[in-house]
Design a protein around this ligand. Structure first.
Ligand SMILES: [Zn+2]
Length: 309
């Protein structure tokens, strides 16, 4: 695969705030250029406002990696959704209330989210590989896992899947959606991954360090950093047929499982209650599985995903 040539930078780290034209949005951009030519990788963090560990991981890594040892180039947007990050708003871009990760590739002349997505797409098109770091947002608790794109050129899908295997996440999932940032990159020819770790609005050191280790391993896999990737403690196991249980009530969610729990068919997952404790609906597992994420707040609103397993 040939990357589109982007702006030239000399060896070292260049950093700036970039604007999204026609909006009030700005994003921090870093470009770390190695001494030798090589691949270009794009890493984005914080498409969702309160998913913090990936952002801190990239800020630290960009200062720690010595570009003299590097081939190629790392481009990072950290965080993409800086407006939501600063306002501590979950899931959406405050300027238009849209989930940025549902409007890719975006448009140069659309609404604020579409324009922001288009800005990211321009960087995706310069890259040989794209990694998007996420966490559970404010309301979500999750087990670490990685998504790889299921649509697009089979060679792009396979390159994405192979890269997922160097990450230290217990589970991997093939996704057939098209409008997320990493789906869109893959459909445009750039292999990509979305890595989920940590959440609930926290920024814990073990999550930050685990992201840093995974990103370094991916850079080794792409020959941007020297050496071979460290073998992950657990090579991701591919899961299929993920069930998403959705709330139909504005009510209370009494959840009986945690992210990472194994569940058996027939096991109770939780109850929807009214404010007085009357059970409105009970959720049970239809089959054996593992809880990838769950709504961790007592409050639930219609349309929330309560449990994905
Ligand atoms: Zn997210």
């Amino acid at each position: 695969m040939t990357a589109v040539q982007g702006p030239e930078f000399t060896t070292g780290l260049a950093q700036m705030m970039i604007k999204v034209e026609g909006t009030h949005l700005k994003m921090p951009l870093s470009v770390l250029t190695g001494r030798e030519p090589g691949r270009t990788v794009l890493v984005t963090t914080g498409l969702h406002g309160c998913e913090f560990p990936g952002t801190l991981a990239m800020i630290e890594l960009l200062r720690e990696i010595d570009p003299e040892t590097m081939r190629g180039r790392v481009i990072a947007l950290h965080p993409v959704n800086a407006q939501a990050f600063q306002a501590r708003v979950a899931m959406i871009l405050p300027e238009d209330g849209v989930n940025l990760n549902r409007v890719f590739p975006g448009k140069p002349d659309g609404g604020p989210s579409e324009r922001a997505a288009w800005r990211v797409t321009q960087f995706q098109d310069m890259a040989d590989f794209y990694l998007d770091l996420h966490s559970g947002d404010l309301y979500e608790e999750l087990a670490p896992y990685v998504y790889f794109p299921g649509r697009g050129d089979p060679a792009v899908v396979e390159a994405s899947r192979q890269a997922a295997l160097v990450l230290d996440a217990p589970y991997m999932l093939r996704s057939d959606s098209t409008t997320g940032a990493y789906h869109s990159a893959a459909l445009r020819g750039t292999p990509s991954l979305l890595l989920e770790r940590g959440g609930g609005g926290t920024c814990r050191r073990p999550d930050v360090d685990a992201f840093k280790k995974d990103v370094r391993n991916l850079f080794k896999h792409l020959e941007i950093l020297p050496g071979t990737p460290e073998k992950p403690r657990s090579e991701p196991v591919e899961l299929t047929g993920v069930m998403y249980l959705k709330s139909a009530h504005n009510a209370l969610w009494r959840c009986e499982v945690s992210a990472g729990d194994k569940v058996a068919a027939g096991q109770k997952l939780g109850d929807i209650l009214d404010y007085f404790g009357n059970v409105q609906e009970t959720f049970t597992a239809e089959r054996d599985g593992v809880v990838l994420y769950r709504l961790q707040t007592l409050a639930t609103n219609s349309g929330d995903v309560l449990v994905a397993y």
